[in-house]
Design a protein. Structure first.
Length: 326
């Protein structure tokens, strides 16, 4: 099934959902026992208030539209309530579309911008790059130039505990009107949070405190993997890692270099270059704090597979003393 087929199927499904919603909306006015006066009163009542639409948003329907739906249902049943597809003729000639697709198939490495320049040189005009990209997507011509899928990186592939630690930092809840940040370090093999703490400022000094506590409790890791944030790229962290014999590795965009790192997952990763599992882990931790308005009754960290990776004791952030860096 092509992308165009999937899009057409989605449109048909939406049309069926809208028809079902229209059927249910006018159902009170379809009672055959109602007189014309009573039916008019029901229709006026339906038109006077808002209804929850098919997309979940409140919508208002006029009396004329409700009357039209009632007549259509009587005449054609459910199919008559299905909205008609839009009849919009394409403004771009089909030969131009086929020419653009042919240029892409001739050289899969060509981008939409390059194809647009070729069309402008041949025809004297060219559609927008976005239109050309949509043509390519409809014909499934947006794959990688070589046709091979991107390299995949497995999850949880460290051979031993403390072989790879991954560090990340993200925004936390606001406490007393001030911003906080969640710093976390997770072991790639066991998925255990070796270090985690809310800090006031995301700088190298605060991260060093979290790392110091993690090493004191769990030992020295062989590799420390982080993104290129200021607290991870600071020279003091590099000196500390060299002194302790830790291999400090910074992520590269789109290509995690360690065997334990996974391919970035759309919708989970924040573009930090870190595994989607780690970012999703911290996201769940933040949500728990926000829901409790700062009350950390039991802050449990889970990976995307649902396995617990660590926890924080009962109590509030205040019970744990001042937030580090305050």
């Amino acid at each position: 099934m092509t992308a165009a087929d999937r899009e057409a199927a989605a449109r048909r499904q939406r049309a069926q959902t809208i028809a079902l919603w229209r059927w249910a909306l006018i159902e009170p006015a379809m009672d055959p026992a109602l007189t014309a006066r009573q039916r008019g009163r029901v229709v006026r009542d339906l038109a006077a208030r808002e209804h929850q639409g098919p997309a979940g948003r409140p919508v208002a329907v006029s009396r004329r539209t409700i009357d039209r739906w009632i007549v259509a249902r009587r005449a054609g049943g459910f199919d008559a309530l299905v909205p008609a597809p839009r009849q919009c003729a394409p403004r771009t000639d089909a030969d131009v579309v086929e020419l653009a697709a042919g240029l892409k198939m001739e050289n899969p490495a060509r981008t939409a911008a390059q194809v647009r320049r070729i069309l402008a040189a041949r025809l004297g005009w060219a559609p927008s790059e976005r239109a050309i990209q949509r043509w390519f997507a409809a014909r499934e011509l947006t794959g990688r130039p070589g046709g091979a899928p991107p390299q995949a990186f497995g999850r949880f592939q460290a051979d031993a505990v403390n072989e790879i630690w991954t560090a990340d930092l993200m925004n936390g809840p606001r406490m007393a009107g001030k911003a906080t940040f969640l710093v976390g370090i997770i072991d790639d093999r066991s998925r255990f949070l070796t270090g985690y703490q809310f800090v006031r400022r995301p700088d190298a000094a605060r991260f060093a405190g979290v790392l110091r506590g993690a090493i004191a409790r769990q030992g020295i890791p062989r590799n420390l993997y982080a993104d290129n944030g200021s607290c991870f790229a600071d020279e003091s962290l590099a000196r500390t890692c060299k002194a302790l014999g830790i291999n400090l590795v910074h992520s590269q965009p789109g290509r995690p270099p360690l065997i334990g790192q996974s391919h970035l997952s759309p919708g989970i990763s924040r573009g930090s270059g870190l595994p989607g599992d780690v970012t999703g882990l911290f996201w769940i931790a933040r949500r728990v704090v926000l829901i409790g308005s700062g009350q950390c009754a039991l802050l449990v960290f889970h990976d995307r597979c649902g396995r617990a990776a660590g926890y924080r004791e009962r109590g509030t952030l205040a019970d744990r003393g001042p937030v580090a860096g305050s």
